[in-house]
Design a protein. Structure first.
Length: 498
């Protein structure tokens, strides 16, 4: 008798698309994946600095992606045993008592709420905010809600619950509004010192406690698919929704990064280093963000320390476009490798993509120094750009180490900048950490998270036993001194710039 297929469904709700993946419970492998729209989703910018999306668009794209992968895999509705959700962080969705959306979602890259967060930080005091929230209120969800309260009072008066984008998709699937501690922490609604909703910030902004949805554990049966959503999605009513995480914590989960000292890194247009901390701590200058990781509980401190560098892959792409336009990225990497470590004195500070939080929100711009017209070629510029990106990562990782993080291993997907051997070897050489490259993505990670939350996997070890490790890069002890000298010189140039 043929065994029935058992699948886990993962949804990754990004600002550019919604991706869905089906993962086989038994093999641990992804059997089908799709994303919609196939061109980038629109972001509405009514005014400069604004960024909004219609949550209905996320739902419509989720339906298209799920129906496509179910058909592709030949999966029946009752083959799906659990659903997990990853989502773009820091957004604000407002719904009324009928759970209808009241206004477009204010998403992560919208900057209108910056003055509201800065005012709260100033009025409440750095010590109060950092010791309880582990961050400045900044431009996160709470500050966005404060903007709505002041500027759209009629809309604010109708709000029954506020949600993050992942909470909204879970609500559309189930008809039930709830959220997680991890989600509340990324919105600045969680008080880590008292292990509860941040009453002092709620009072400061004048928010009613009733606006916060019921809190459910990150890994648990949070709700079940309603008959209405089942008909729309082609799923079975009653299918449990058992995991939810913001995109960066979920990326770390996807790479099996759950324990103190472990690091997940990405290096696309911008770069992210996300490390797990085992004790409550924060950076007094708020140069990195700290949130509850997906496996954080009252009895087990697991915090995700998030370092974001704006000028990473965007610099490498600029170099390719303007300096080596006639060759492939692979050929560009080979060209850079012909130059010794340290680029023979050429230094590039890569911060040319806006204000950098790691520099306390200074906007230094990108700069090139040490260029000798009689000695240096485009190969030196290509190498110096990649080294500058690595050094910016290491600069931020030093802040994480000052917070108590012992960085020995970096997990990353084999994509974007991590496709460059020079980039990988330099990062391992300067940081002293082993780099492990994997084949995974956010929607697959969300599916595996669903398996943990549903109890299908006994723990994360079983869930990620089949994670494909593609490559391991060990630090080059032979060239350690050369890497350190180049990094030290780069920091000297950065300090002159600052």
């Amino acid at each position: 008798m043929k065994m029935k297929n058992r699948y886990l469904l993962g949804l990754d709700v990004g600002s550019s698309s919604v991706k869905a993946s089906l993962v086989s419970v038994d093999s641990g492998k992804c059997v089908a994946t799709a994303f919609f729209p196939e061109s980038e989703a629109p972001i509405m910018a009514v005014k400069a600095g604004w960024a909004e999306q219609d949550p209905q668009m996320w739902w419509d794209n989720a339906k298209l992606a799920v129906r496509k992968i179910m058909a592709e895999a030949g999966a029946a509705p009752d083959d799906v045993k659990a659903i997990g959700i990853s989502y773009q962080m820091h957004g604000l969705v407002c719904v009324d008592k009928q759970l209808n959306v009241l206004r477009p979602a204010i998403i992560w890259c919208d900057s209108r709420a910056v003055p509201y967060g800065e005012r709260a930080f100033r009025d409440l005091g750095a010590e109060q905010c950092l010791s309880h929230l582990l961050n400045s209120p900044g431009n996160f969800t709470a500050a966005k809600l404060a903007w709505v309260k002041e500027n759209e009072p009629e809309t604010y008066a109708k709000i029954h619950k506020i949600m993050l984008p992942g909470d909204y998709i879970a609500m559309r699937l189930s008809g039930t509004a709830n959220t997680t501690v991890s989600g509340l922490s990324e919105g600045m609604f969680w008080d880590f010192k008292n292990n509860r909703v941040a009453d002092f910030l709620m009072r400061y902004y004048g928010f009613d406690d009733s606006l916060i949805a019921d809190i459910v554990p990150t890994f648990s049966v949070q709700s079940e698919v309603s008959s209405e959503a089942a008909a729309e999605m082609g799923l079975k009513a009653g299918t449990p929704i058992t995991y939810r995480g913001g995109d960066q914590p979920n990326n770390a989960l996807s790479l099996n990064v759950l324990n103190p000292g472990e690091i997940a890194a990405t290096a696309g247009t911008s770069g992210v280093v996300y490390g797990v901390l085992g004790e409550v701590n924060y950076d007094k200058q708020s140069r990195v963000n700290t949130f509850a990781h997906v496996n954080h509980t009252a009895g087990q401190t697991r915090l995700g320390v998030l370092l974001c560098i704006n000028g990473t892959g965007i610099l490498n792409a600029w170099v390719h476009r303007n300096i080596t336009p006639d060759v492939s990225y692979a050929a560009m990497n080979d060209l850079a490798a012909t130059v010794p470590i340290g680029s023979e004195g050429v230094t590039i500070i890569p911060f040319g993509n806006g204000a950098e939080r790691v520099l306390e929100n200074k906007e230094t711009g990108c700069s090139i120094s040490g260029l000798n017209f009689n000695k240096h070629s485009k190969a030196h510029l290509v190498r110096a750009a990649q080294e500058g990106i690595v050094f910016s990562f290491c600069y931020g990782m030093e802040i994480m180490q000052q917070m108590g993080m012992d960085i020995r291993k970096i997990h990353a997907g084999k994509a974007n900048m991590f496709l460059s051997p020079l980039f990988r070897n330099t990062l391992a050489g300067v940081s002293g950490a082993t780099i492990e490259l994997y084949d995974t993505d956010g929607s697959v990670g969300a599916a595996k998270g669903a398996g943990i939350g549903a109890g299908i996997y006994k723990d994360h070890g079983e869930a990620f036993a089949t994670l494909d490790k593609l490559e391991v890069i060990e630090p080059d002890a032979h060239n350690h001194a050369a890497y350190q000298a180049a990094y030290t010189h780069w920091k000297e140039m950065l300090n002159k710039t600052l």
